[in-house]
Ligand binder design. Structure first.
Ligand code: DUC
Ligand code: ZN
Ligand code: ZN
Length: 482
């Protein structure tokens, strides 16, 4: 059994930054001790990694990815092989991807298809949520089965995308009641898709076809309204745990904050694109360039929505950073859903509603949220909490994942705060995309070394991992419930 010592670094957890050495035996962290504590064990170690001046953090846990998602007549361009390799480059050692069941399809077949796509392909460990796109008697039974037998304890529903993934309020209520019975979590894409479709048709009829209309036709009150409705339905369904995905707007966040204030089992995540990018700088660019940033929920205006009925004042981004600090937002994920510009985003030339929705980001979340630490928006502890520890706890993988502690998987990242990372297609970029949503961004700090279950995946700017190393993680229930 290989023995690795990581010494001289600062170990970061949600509760503090401590000078500690970390001993790894085989696939597991065997001990964490004060500097020098393992000096006698050092001789018997196969490797010693010197983390002087660096941070030692748990491997990142990205609980919202879409490898190979079928969408808008094409597929997300990362396979499990390319996407998990890029994740490793970004200091991520576990992903939870969304297995798909669409209306009219069988849940078990959808899940089997996801196991076929991922099995033997992944560089890092992986788990699944299950999208339920067709709520009926059978899929409700299947939800119970997946929770009890397949290690899938969270189900994503959509209030958007009528005719594709959409569930109406009655279907949502039934799925929530089922989840309440078996202890599962409901994840919600909270946007009022029926109203959005009307706005989209009206915009197209006016000849408004550029990418920026994607955001204009999804104003933040329609995210806030859907968030509120999901919260009400989850209450009626017996306070079932509800997790709002990819939150982009201050007015939606207020709904979550109010529910949490009332002691409800309501949680939310946001993504780096909503914390850092604005409509004006991205999909508002002239011509079709903006299509690179078409995702849903949309990137929002710097100040307030164009209809002037969104958040007033300091803008959505300030609200979201505040929400992260206040634990109104518990998790940062990526909603990694990459599409190439050529042939994929281009499907929407002349009609923004046909642009495949999604941004690739699995490689950059740890970097971009660390930049929030540098900018004074978050503490180091909260960086690790929102990107590693809470995602693992939220989705039943803790303490195996998400923490540097004896007995946990040896998923460890050595982070160098003294150097920089330049993101871009000719710089750091390993996702299977022909562009980067973060082109030219320079981040303070860098992923230095990445270990997954004791195996070194990244070191000295080289990828040393292999496909098939990653194992399927059967998850338990959310650990945030009493
Ligand atoms: N949002 C996206 O941007 N892409 C895939 C699905 C989703 O909800
Ligand atoms: Zn979604
Ligand atoms: Zn998604």
């Amino acid at each position: 059994m290989a023995k690795i010592l990581i010494k001289n670094g600062k170990v970061i957890s949600p509760t503090g930054v401590v000078d500690n050495d970390v001993l790894i035996e085989g696939e597991t962290i065997s001990a964490v001790g004060a500097p020098g504590w393992f000096v006698s064990a050092e001789q018997s170690c196969d490797r010693v990694i010197d983390a002087q001046g660096k941070y030692i953090i748990p491997g990142g846990v990205d609980v919202h990815t879409h490898m190979e998602l079928p969408f808008g007549g094409t597929f997300a361009s990362d396979t499990f092989e390319t996407g998990t390799r890029a994740a490793a480059w970004g200091g991520v050692t576990t992903i939870v991807d969304m297995a798909v069941q669409r209306y009219g399809e069988n849940v078990h077949e959808g899940l089997a298809e996801w196991h076929r796509k991922a099995g033997g392909e992944c560089a890092i460990d992986y788990a699944f949520h299950q999208i339920i796109g067709g709520v009926d008697d059978q899929s409700l039974k299947d939800m119970k089965y997946l929770t009890e037998h397949e290690g899938i304890s969270s189900f994503k529903l959509f209030m958007a995308y009528p005719g594709v993934f959409y569930s109406d309020d009655g279907q949502i209520l039934r799925a929530m009641q089922t989840a309440a019975e078996c202890g599962a979590m409901i994840m919600m894409h909270a946007e009022n898709g029926i109203a959005i479709d009307v706005l989209v048709q009206q915009a197209l009829a006016r000849g408004e076809t550029d990418p920026r209309y994607h955001s204009y036709t999804r104003p933040s009150p329609l995210e806030a309204e859907a968030t509120h409705r999901a919260i009400v339905l989850s209450h009626v369904a017996g306070n079932v745990p509800l997790y709002i995905v990819h939150m982009s707007a201050g007015d939606a966040l207020n709904e979550v904050a109010a529910a949490r204030h009332h002691g409800r089992n309501v949680f939310a995540e946001t993504c780096p694109q909503y914390l850092w990018l604005t409509l004006e700088e991205t999909l508002g660019q002239p011509g079709f360039e903006g299509s690179k940033w078409v995702c849903s929920t949309p990137i929002r205006s710097r100040d307030h929505d164009p209809h002037h009925i969104g958040q007033m004042g300091h803008g959505h981004q300030g609200d979201l950073w505040k929400g992260l600090r206040m634990n109104e937002l518990a998790v940062v994920s990526t909603d990694h859903c990459p599409f190439c510009f050529k042939d994929q985003k281009e499907l929407g030339l002349g009609d923004f509603s046909k642009i495949p929705n999604g941004i690739g980001g699995v490689e950059h979340r740890m970097e971009l949220i660390y930049q929030g630490v540098v900018a004074g928006e978050l503490s180091l502890e909260r960086w690790v909490e929102t990107c590693c520890t809470t995602p693992a706890r939220m989705f039943g993988m803790y303490p195996r994942k998400g923490i540097i502690a004896p007995g946990s998987d040896a998923d460890v990242v050595v982070w160098d705060p003294n150097t920089k990372t330049k993101i871009g297609i000719n710089d750091k970029h390993h996702m299977n995309m022909d562009h980067s949503a973060w082109e030219g961004w320079v981040i303070d700090g860098k992923v230095d070394t990445v270990l997954s279950r004791g195996s070194v995946l990244i070191e000295n700017d080289q990828y040393l991992g292999r496909k098939g190393h990653g194992q399927y993680i059967k998850r338990g229930l959310s650990q945030y419930l009493v």
